[in-house]
Design a binder for this molecule. Sequence first.
Ligand SMILES: O=C(O)CCC(=O)C(=O)O
Length: 160
Amino acid sequence: MTLIEDIVKPEIAIYSAKLFEKNPHDTQICHWHQDDAYYTQHSVCDCRMSAWIPLQECDEKNGCVWVVPGSHKHGLRSANMIGDDTGHCELAFAHGTADLEGAVPVPMKAGTVLLFHALTAHRSLGNHTNRPRRSFIISYQDAVTKRGNKDQHTILRAAE
Ligand SMILES: O=C(O)CCC(=O)C(=O)O
């Protein structure tokens, strides 16, 4: 939180907190996307950051996150709905993945934290192991934001 407070300011609030599970041998993937493609539907904010925390050690075998370092500097790309409206992983970049040069997998130990901007291009692939792969994802944004153009989220509290 202290690290994020230096970036998301002047006031900081939690935008969302969620647990995400990939079951053993779950082949479902989260295609390349930016979190802001979802989040800007609900509120508009210049700087949003997520803390992605694996609850198990994760690597390419069980569906770790991949990111394109520096991709947050190039703004919001258009995205297409590719799945049903389950609220998770249904968006993918509209114009393919040709310019995702520099993409890297991010293997992590359980309980460590990956911080990334809501404009960072990222994805995760399937879990090809016998164990579940769970992640806890907390996204932070300015405490005061403009409304988005879809259903609105209620910001519960600002940080002290
Ligand atoms: O936890 C994952 O596998 C990726 C989740 C993700 O990309 C997201 O929530 O935006």
